[in-house]
Ligand binder design. Sequence first.
Ligand code: CDP
Length: 211
Amino acid sequence: MHRVIAIDGPAASGKSSVARLLAQRLGFEYVNSGALYRALTWHVLQNGVALHNREAIARLAGAARVQFHDSRVLINGTDSTVHLRDNAVNSAVSLVSQVPQVRAVVNGLLRGYARERDAVIEGRDIGSAVFPATAFKFYIDASPEVRWQRRAAQGEHDTITARDELDSARTIAPLIIAPDADLIDTSALSIDEVSREILRRLHGKGLAQAG
Ligand code: CDP
């Protein structure tokens, strides 16, 4: 049985950096589920599909051949990685990720991947919807000001408030804190401190040697 560590939380809460560092320290694979939603969104935009045309989005996602590793995603053999943080993708991803068929495609990929190896998977619904049975769930948060500053420091024009509102309000797999998730506020903590705190808690749950 392979192990999944779920790291969920809102935009720019530090999930990616923490999840990547944690995976390195544990020797697990790192998976960025947001990159899969972003790649499918890029594919939708590339094909000129209107964002209100949910049927066409569903068809396109269902037919896409997706390969991924870490934050690198190929769609039908084309590398989408450099486009994943485009402004157009930032603005459209929360709409595309509301389409049930899109979520089914991503969930199938994540579950197939985790059947084969131990993984730290970050996203919005990893602990609440995709791997509800895992004992290792964390919800990473930070104050809106800190999150906004972090994204601005990355030089990105991102619509984090709008994305958070859409992600939290959607009916399918919304951003929620799973009842059995460990909550960590990262506002005043470095990436290293957050990762050490998670390792400490995982150790307490019998999973890892903290280091
Ligand atoms: O850039 P940031 O880390 O804030 O977001 P991301 O992890 O790259 O995710 C981009 C978008 O994908 C989110 O705003 C959600 O709309 C969607 N997403 C989702 O619906 N479910 C996930 N498990 C991961 C991402």
